[in-house]
Design a protein around this ligand. Structure first.
Ligand code: PLP
Length: 392
């Protein structure tokens, strides 16, 4: 049996356990409502699809493209930052397109870390935040996050207590999986702190537009001087219902953008050019689709949270993201989030993501994704109630 060191450092995928069980139950004819994955369920807005079809008809778009993204896309990215955050960026040196933000996060880790570097990542976290660096051979220190904790304080403590000194800090707000948000003040403090401690900050704002009740997501790039210490990733997957298209980007510090551009020039030729052209249509075009998508998640959130509260499951109402991060009711806590999720699937017909899959600090929680319509969400609530009230 061959063993590969890098593969050995990647633990078995916890979500695979729930997915396997879900498949078995479906094969046995059960109607399972899947609120596990963060996979948007709605189609991409028509004007973006039309642009893709039009661009695909043009043979000039069938050639190798540019690994850092075509100039028009980098201009559209900078235009989006200007409109949304009033931030000025240079499309030539401060913006780069990625094949989904996940690809960019993983390859950035490969580009800028060396074995032995210490990286601070949130726990619980979206898995590529820690594992991108683990794949790159770096060492991770987990910064706990969750309701009732002050992330900035936890970061300060982690930096103070770590040796060697950490090189990079990953932040992700609105958070996947915890749905926590921050205000601009957090980034003001963070940029100062990063400068004092010679830290690179990698921010991920994939859910920047999935915000509720008037909350506006800030960008670290709004802080004067942020470009000295930070880069930021964004994704078209959630904002424009484009998860399968693999369109993301990174902006900020020139040296770090340059490092990602260089490594990508060895690894890829950029995504299919018609996709890049359609991504320009998404970023430059009418944004009413974004308001509709935001409203859809907000009403699903309300249905889910109201229903949960009615059954006595007092999960916190998220201000952003497409997730409810729900603390497991006390009488079920001892079994842990994986067993709780398996039981909810078998006894309630509802799939959710066990918090342990995002890191040890998530084990008292499950993540429930807002990826089913209101009718199916109500049906899921009946399943949850049936399971919870049947007893622990
Ligand atoms: C926080 C966060 N970052 C990045 C991504 C990856 O998005 P993309 O589709 O752009 O790779 C996700 C996807 O779920 C996410 O939740």
């Amino acid at each position: 049996m061959r063993e590969f060191e890098k593969i050995k450092r990647l633990p078995p995928y916890v979500f695979a356990v729930v997915n396997q069980l879900k498949m078995e139950l479906r094969h046995a004819g059960e109607d399972i409502i899947d609120l596990g994955m963060g996979n948007p369920d709605q189609p991409t807005p028509q004007h973006i699809v039309d642009k893709l079809c039009e661009a695909a008809q043009d043979g000039r778009n069938h050639r190798y493209s540019m690994s850092k993204g075509i100039p028009g896309l980098r201009k559209a990215i900078c235009g989006w930052y200007k409109t949304k955050f009033d931030v000025d960026l240079d499309p030539e040196t401060e913006a780069i397109a990625t094949i989904g933000s996940k690809e960019g996060l993983a390859h950035l880790a490969v580009a800028i870390t060396s074995p032995g570097d210490l990286i601070l990542t949130p726990n619980p976290a979206y898995p590529i935040h820690p594992y991108g660096f683990i794949i790159a051979g770096a060492d991770i220190r987990h910064v706990p996050m969750g309701p009732g904790r002050d992330y900035f304080e936890d970061v300060q403590k982690a930096v103070k207590d770590s040796w060697p000194r950490p090189k990079i800090l990953v932040v992700n707000f609105p958070s996947n999986p915890t749905a926590q948000v921050v205000d601009l003040d957090f980034y003001v403090k963070l940029v100062d702190f990063a400068r004092e401690n010679d830290l690179i900050v990698i921010s991920d704002i994939a859910y920047a537009e999935i915000t509720f009740d008037g909350y506006q997501c800030p960008s670290i790039m709004q802080v004067p001087g942020a470009k000295d210490v930070a880069v930021e990733f964004y994704s078209l997957s959630k904002t424009y219902n484009m998860p399968g298209w693999r369109m993301g980007f990174m902006v900020g510090n020139k040296e770090i953008v340059g490092a990602l551009a260089k490594i990508k020039s060895y690894l890829d030729y950029g995504t299919f050019q018609p996709l890049q052209i359609a991504a320009c249509a998404a970023l430059n075009g009418p944004q009413d689709c974004v308001a509709e998508i935001r409203a859809m998640y907000q009403s699903r959130r309300d249905v889910l949270i109201n229903g949960m509260h009615q059954m006595g499951w007092m999960a916190e109402k998220p201000k952003a993201s497409m997730f409810v991060w729900a603390e497991i009711p006390d009488e079920f806590k001892a079994m842990g989030s994986l067993e709780f999720s398996k039981r909810m699937l078998k006894e309630g017909g509802v799939a959710v993501s066990p918090g342990i899959g995002f890191g040890d600090y998530g084990d008292n929680y499950v993540r429930i994704a807002l990826i089913e319509n209101e009718h199916r969400t109500r049906q899921a609530l009946r399943g949850m109630r049936q399971f919870l009230h049947a007893g622990g």
